[in-house]
Write a protein that binds this ligand. Sequence first.
Ligand code: SAJ
Length: 454
Amino acid sequence: MQALLFVLPERAEFPILKHITPYCDPMTEEAEKIVSVIGLGYVGLPLAVRTKQKGYTVIGFDIDEKKLALLKSGNHLFKDGFLEAEFAKNPLELTSDKEKLRVADIHIICVPTPVDTQHHPDLGPVIGASTTVAKHCKKGALVILESTVNPYVSEEVVRPIFEEHGFTVGKDIFISHCPERINPGDEKWNVTNIPRVVGSFDDTGLAMTLAFYRSIVDAEIRPMKTIREAEAVKILENSFRNINIAFVNEIARSFDRLDIDVKDVIEGAATKPFSFMAHYPSCGVGGHCIPVDPHYLVERAKESGFDHEFLKLAIKTNDGMPAYTVERLQDALNENRMPMKDTVVGILGLSYKANVSDLRESPSFVIMKHLKEHYCKIETFDPHAPEESSVASIEALMEKSDALILATNHREFVTSITPELLKKYDIRVIVDGKNCLNRARFIDADIIYKGIGR
Ligand code: SAJ
């Protein structure tokens, strides 16, 4: 069992921390640590397993009984190398019983933070989980929010919930923020080795949180001066990615008119070993992070009287890529003297990114909306989402399709979508929404190939 000693952060920028004792655990120094993880999704489950692996007693809490039943049967829905290796070896106490949370010394909230149809942040899950913990946690406990939120949520939303339940932050409850950084499908970076940032309302909470993450993560755990800074780090890193993708999406649309292959140019620019970071154009930006997180900042900044014009333009640029992909199809069909109306378009890929089964905010569905507006007929196949596919294989899709849009660069498609296969099914038009195919081979085979920026 892991005994947790709290040590002061080494960083000089925190002189104030030097004035508190080297040991600041308001509980007992040698106390065993019981950790609850609230929300067992792609963030919470690996965190719970890693925490168990490092010797803690872990309570895995979720409100989804179906998910709990799946986990209790030894299965999960996440493509995560660490989970594949460690899930079975580190059994968790899995429950939806809130009473079981009372024994925990540390509660970690890992619930979704989606946006609604108006792109307003939906903090319902965060409020629900915080209220559950506030109603069922002991005095002296540490509460860590990992869900991605905009600056001020911890102080304007989470903290008041605990105060309304009789807690005094910094005295008998400690609240911190450690934004999650899980990258689904990433075989290299996972919960064990991704550096983290931590912010808290007070020095004790900061020291406790640093000590916990330093006991489970083999990477830098960086203390931030305030909890707002920690919230802002995650929003900044994902907004950075959003605007850089938007930039290359705009470049791609320009290069399509200039007959320049944007993928070659980006790879050329990437030979510069400094001051350049490659991002790639595509049929759209999906997932639960990149298209979503920037809205948190835009909406909160608006309340403070600041309008993120540049960030909003980037979001708008990315949101326009599915429609642009359909325009590329229309150009290709025109070249082949085919109408859009009643043409059967085969969509290769429903997931929002390669080699995962996650459909959230996937551009594929926006592409389909636009195709329907042009009275196209649609067939779909995604090997990672067979239940949502209209056919059961690539060949079945080819059989039914007059033209193709590759919307997700799953490894299965990169290897098997060839000019020979299209010829076999008499398909002469393909739009490569992820620029992942060999353009020259298709053109040499007299197939009308359109990429995004190539
Ligand atoms: N995409 C592009 N061009 C790019 C990169 C991505 O169009 O150059 C598209 C993808 O196809 C996808 C969407 O953007 O539809 C998001 O892709 P992503 O690779 O950013 O994947 P996510 O959404 O899983 O982002 C996660 C994020 N991790 C966390 O929020 C903890 C993000 O911060 C990471 O930077 C990202 O993984 C990553 O680097 O892979």
